[in-house]
Design a protein around this ligand. Structure first.
Ligand SMILES: [Cu+2]
Length: 261
């Protein structure tokens, strides 16, 4: 009882603090089928939950002890087939729908997508743009230095000379273009993190020693929050970043201003 009240209180306090009781407003094209599948799944499991719990309550009341002899019956083929086949068909349908959506989310990004790198570390995010040459410079972890070389770029690689590195947790933001697909290549410096943008319905792990990828298309201009969705240490809860979605002209002007003369 006390635990239930505590949980209910925490839920209500969170809703009041966020001024919102449902999902954040959608801001990506890929988020629409994600939301649809989420709502269909929620509706089905809610109906199943209410049916099962309702029947349980009904039977407890119908067959309560009134001094009668307990009755018993064994096997009911039609009933057993129904409660086996119906859930199996529903679960298969959900699995097929989810697998199709998963395949679409993890497909190759369309040509012409903006490509950015995002690096997670305890407890913040950095972003890298390839610069005017359109190519990312080589990375060598041994060259890492927290202030001088936070992305561990190899200065011997000419492709990296014009790379633009930004701290998107504090001073800057990850700038993206509205209605233009973006491929995010994820790296992690220390432990496993997860790149989570609730407004885009995007979540992808960042794993040390490998590059993971995800792509999506922002559909609304505005400022959005990146949250780390993998418990990564004592300050995990402050691990945030900022995304600014703007028009192509605004983005070009911003990028031109970042590139040092
Ligand atoms: Cu993290």
């Amino acid at each position: 009882m006390a635990l239930g009240l505590l949980v209910a209180g925490a839920v209500v306090a969170t809703l009041i603090a966020r001024h919102r009781w449902w999902l954040p407003p959608l801001a990506s094209l890929q988020g629409r089928p994600v939301d649809r599948l989420f709502l269909v799944t929620l509706a089905i499991i809610s109906a199943a939950f209410m049916l099962v719990q309702g029947l349980l309550a009904l039977f407890v009341w119908l067959y309560r002890d009134r001094g009668q002899r307990a009755s018993y019956w064994h096997e009911h083929r039609a009933l057993e087939l129904t409660y086996t086949i119906v859930p199996a068909v529903v679960m298969t349908g959900l699995t097929v729908a989810a697998a199709g959506l998963w395949a679409r989310i993890h497909s190759a990004p369309p040509p012409g997508a903006l490509v950015v790198e995002v690096r997670a570390e305890q407890f913040g995010w950095k972003a890298r743009y390839p610069g005017p040459d359109g190519r990312f410079g080589r990375i060598d972890p041994r060259l890492f230095s927290p202030r001088q070389n936070p992305f561990a770029l190899d200065p011997a690689d000419p492709a990296g000379q014009d790379d633009l590195v930004l701290d998107i947790s504090t001073s800057a933001a990850l700038h993206l273009v509205v209605n233009r697909p973006v491929e995010v290549r994820l790296r992690a410096k220390d432990v496993v993190h997860s790149f989570f943008v609730p407004a885009f319905r995007v979540k992808q792990d960042a794993v040390p020693g490998m590059v993971t990828r995800t792509w999506f298309t922002p559909s609304r201009t505005g400022t959005y929050e990146i949250a780390c969705a993998e418990l990564c240490g004592p300050l995990h809860y402050i691990m945030r970043g900022r995304i600014v979605v703007q028009t192509q002209e605004e983005f070009d002007a911003w990028l031109a201003a970042q590139v040092r003369p």
